[in-house]
Design a protein around this ligand. Structure first.
Ligand code: IMP
Length: 203
């Protein structure tokens, strides 16, 4: 099975490729097919934005499409940056800058109160137009300084136990991450859709 991933984010695309591979799902990135496509993320929730992205690619291609909308929700900031994680501190700021800004906002918040979670909402639309949604959450804490070189986005600031996401190998991150959980939950639902149709036949 082949799926178009509705993202221009190379970090996300690497994770989709790695997480789907054991299930025999091959991915094609949106940028390869539609380099100019920009979908406005005008929704108020992760679910709405994931749908907007998957729907845009499905409408253009007529093929199976999948999108992730995700973000970092920090308790001490009332859940921010949340759906605005990619736009936090301005769309064109680098991640080192965004992380410095977050550290500044959290400078009075002590260890133990720096709890946060990454949330991923996945929306899949089959070639025939059926929609499947799945979610994954990973609980952690915001560190006091970025650490690690792996991953993307806010990974160097997000700690699960002693190590930041950016200090984990890719497969280790996938086992714990919001996106890993959401994509495995999606695959469980896809297995229902694609192995058993109304007549019990494989699609
Ligand atoms: P969006 O889903 O395109 O709105 O972007 C989600 C944003 O949330 C990313 O650009 C990152 O800033 C952040 N994010 C989501 N998942 C991760 C992750 O696994 N690691 C680091 N940052 C992430």
């Amino acid at each position: 099975m082949q799926v178009i991933v509705a993202t221009g984010n190379a970090g996300k695309l690497r994770e989709f490729t790695r997480i789907f591979a054991p299930f025999g799902i091959e991915v094609v990135g949106q940028k390869t097919l539609y380099p100019e496509l920009e979908v406005e993320e005008s929704g108020a929730t992760f679910a709405e934005n994931a749908f907007l992205k998957a729907q845009a690619v499905h409408a253009l291609s007529g093929k199976a499409a999948v999108a992730d909308d995700s973000g970092l929700c920090i308790d001490a900031l009332g859940g921010r940056p949340g759906v605005y994680s990619a736009r936090y501190a301005g769309e064109d700021t680098s991640y080192p800058e965004k992380m410095q800004r977050l550290l500044e906002e959290l400078k009075e918040v002590p260890q133990g109160k720096r709890t946060a979670r990454f949330v991923s909402h996945i929306c899949f639309i089959s070639e025939q137009g059926e929609r499947i949604d799945a979610q994954g959450v990973c609980e952690g804490e915001i560190g006091f300084a970025p650490a690690g070189e792996n991953g993307f986005g806010y990974d160097p600031l997000f700690y699960v136990g002693e190590r930041s996401f950016a200090q984990l190998g890719g497969v280790e991150k996938d086992a714990l991450s919001h996106r890993g959980k959401a994509l495995r939950a999606l695959v469980e639902q896809l297995e229902q859709l694609y192995t058993v149709d109304g007549a019990g036949e494989k699609r």
